[in-house]
Design a protein around this ligand. Sequence first.
Ligand SMILES: NC(=O)c1ccc[n+]([C@@H]2O[C@H](COP(=O)([O-])OP(=O)(O)OC[C@H]3O[C@@H](n4cnc5c(N)ncnc54)[C@H](O)[C@@H]3O)[C@@H](O)[C@H]2O)c1
Ligand SMILES: O[C@H]1[C@H](O)[C@@H](O)[C@H](O)[C@@H](O)[C@H]1O
Length: 341
Amino acid sequence: MGQSLGVAVLGAGHMGADHIRRLDRVVGGARVVAVADPDAERAKEAVAGREGVAVRTEAEAALDAPGVEAVLIASPGEAHEEALLAAFARNLPVLCEKPMVPDPAGALRIVEAEARLGRRLAQIGFMRRYDSEYTRLKALLDGGRLGQPLMLHCVHRNVSSPPGFTSAMLVNSSVSHEIDAARWLLGQEPVAVTVHRPRPSAGAPAGLLDPQFVLFETDGGALVDVEVFVNCGFGYQVRCEAVCEAGSARIGEERAMAVTAAGGLREEVPHDYLVRFADAYDREVRAWVDAVRYGRVTGANAWDGYAASAVAEAGVRALESGVRTPVDLAPRPALYGGTGA
Ligand SMILES: NC(=O)c1ccc[n+]([C@@H]2O[C@H](COP(=O)([O-])OP(=O)(O)OC[C@H]3O[C@@H](n4cnc5c(N)ncnc54)[C@H](O)[C@@H]3O)[C@@H](O)[C@H]2O)c1
Ligand SMILES: O[C@H]1[C@H](O)[C@@H](O)[C@H](O)[C@@H](O)[C@H]1O
């Protein structure tokens, strides 16, 4: 390995371009050496002003460019399975944006492929595990001072959804974060999902079931509810309240800057995830780069990525059927601490 980690970034859209900036200018110890995007102009724009970056339209061609030692996948979810398998075939460590692979059968193929390698190569981009409010809540719950957790009440609001966003994506793209956060915070697996559909907001694109109210039951007897509203129009809001036997704790209350002017008090609300979770993305990518450089792996693993996809898929079926839907999880391989195949 050189003095800094040579990274190939697959996908140079919103997240990819932001991660390229982060790798080159924020985290230290890494440099972007290759970028792939079928939209070559977008890829060129994302690395403008940098010398010696290989720009390719095919993901595998970027992985084979000189100096590539690790991969960051920021292409759309449907392209992740092929990209992960290509990285595994080259023994390259990977940071893969969520959802790892949206379809659980494909996600399980990733788990099985990594289990066959016998060592972890993939970290999944569930960045809330690096957010300072979430990590404080996790430490509080683990410390046991509040007693057993009974319920998580979650809110996930986006100002607007991108073009092509479907009703299923409220669950398998947006709520995938709450699925991972709940599994991580509680140390419990969701076992059933119910999705309620209130009257769609007039602010949502025609045909989009937005908002939705998603209810998870866990194997530890806890309930997790999520209001997801991706065209709320008024701000990016992510909240979580844990209700436990001896107390409750809330995060995401936006106690940011409070501006007093013209006889009023105004508190700022972030516009999107790149603002709200900026520090979390920085910490996530820094932790990944450090871990890879020291031969370690950290963060959410491929099993977590698979579990999130399996739970989300049950959620999409629950959305379509309107009934409580059990989650079907495969046995957990020993590589991820399980006893299964
Ligand atoms: N962690 C988070 O909070 C967060 C936030 C936004 C998006 N995401 C995830 O990041 C990923 C990208 O989302 P985005 O908002 O940047 O999307 P985007 O549409 O802005 O960008 C995706 C880019 O990937 C390119 N692309 C398409 N197929 C490709 C392939 N096979 N190989 C390489 N590039 C390919 C597209 O041309 C596009 O430039 C998704 O998995 C999404 O769920 C995560
Ligand atoms: O892909 C994005 C991303 O994961 C954001 O963090 C989330 O708030 C959005 O709802 C989702 O569409």
